[in-house]
Design a protein around this ligand. Structure first.
Ligand SMILES: [Mn+2]
Length: 331
């Protein structure tokens, strides 16, 4: 009697691999699967990402230190897949516009700024140093935070631009001169930027929470404020029309400008914010109006991002911005 079932004899399980692609591959954990560059002196790319895993400016809900790796983890969804060994990209096809962006544009992940606990000034000095270096190398810096306090040392790195305008997307004004006895609180960075000698205009968009004192102070100093409701009345083009055309702009995006239903993964969520298409259209409109020279995306806090929608949405917005700034190169 044959007791062995027929099905087992007919099974043929592969125990070797001879497929067209390798059995293993080392995929770097990097922004959009860009090649890693660990020496800024060797940087040679159109776009340079740098992570700042810092949330020492946060007083209530920390977690933004995990923001850079949170965005890096999204690479499987929004890498445009075809980075070759030399860092050339096949491009990103935008189905809405039926256009391929970023083809041939080179990118590099320069790693994270080395953060030492409690050594705020040296951490900030390292951020500024890294940003200056990236600019000197001719790359477009994308700084991924980190809480919003890192915007001050990042913007300070743009001192080679004689006139700089700051465009700021945020639910909050972050314009306090000091908070809790420090100038480096994440409620102060826009005021620090405003006080930089080369910063000319500050435009804050998406604001929906402020004290009267800070509101009055900012308005009296000439800061242009556009609330979320006003943005909805004006539309993206109308809102960015308040930024002087053609100026050099440092763009800072606090992801709490987004509605917390879509971006819950942030330390200071505020009801009633932007949704993805509003924010995307604002970035596109701004890119068409001014010369964006660098940007940061801050306050992603993956510990509160229960469905990873926050990092996914932010990564998509970064990609949308870069697509607008870097049209495909000719073959
Ligand atoms: Mn902020």
């Amino acid at each position: 009697m044959n007791s062995e079932p027929e099905i087992n004899r007919s099974l043929s399980l592969k125990d070797t691999w001879d497929g067209p692609w390798p059995a293993t591959r080392a995929v770097p954990l990097s922004f959009f699967a860009a090649p890693l560059v660990d020496d800024l002196d060797k940087l040679d790319a159109d776009v340079a990402f740098i992570g700042v895993p810092y949330d020492q400016g946060t007083f209530a809900r920390p977690g933004a230190r995990y923001g850079p790796n949170g965005i890096r983890y999204v690479r499987g969804v929004y890498s445009y897949d075809s980075f070759r060994s030399e860092g050339q990209a096949e491009g990103y096809f935008d189905i809405d516009r039926q256009q391929t962006f970023l083809k041939g544009v080179t990118m590099a992940d320069c790693g994270d700024v080395t953060i030492i606990p409690s050594d705020v000034e040296s951490n900030f000095a390292k951020i500024t140093h890294a940003v200056r270096k990236i600019i000197a190398k001719g790359s477009f810096p994308v700084i991924v935070g980190g809480d919003h306090s890192i915007t001050f040392p990042a913007a300070r790195g743009f001192d080679s631009f004689a006139d700089l305008d700051v465009v700021h997307f945020d639910a909050h004004m972050d314009f306090s001169h000091e908070l809790q006895g420090t100038y480096y609180h994440h409620g102060c960075p826009i005021r620090r930027c405003f006080d930089l000698p080369n910063v000319r205009n500050v435009t804050s968009i998406g604001i929906r929470k402020a004290t009267k004192e800070i509101f009055d102070d900012a308005v009296s100093k000439g800061v242009k404020l556009i609330t979320t409701e006003q943005f909805r009345e004006m539309g993206p083009e109308g809102a960015v029309a308040h930024v002087p055309a053609g100026s050099n702009v440092y763009l800072t995006v606090d992801v709490d400008v987004m509605d917390p239903m879509q971006v819950p993964g942030t330390g200071s969520p505020e009801p009633g914010g932007f949704f993805y298409y509003e924010m995307r259209d604002a970035l596109i409109a701004l890119s068409k109006r001014v010369n964006i020279v660098g940007c940061d995306f801050v306050e992603m806090a993956p510990p509160y991002d229960h469905a990873e929608t926050s990092t996914m949405c932010t990564a998509k917005l970064i990609l949308d911005l870069l697509a607008e700034l870097f049209p495909s190169k000719e073959d």
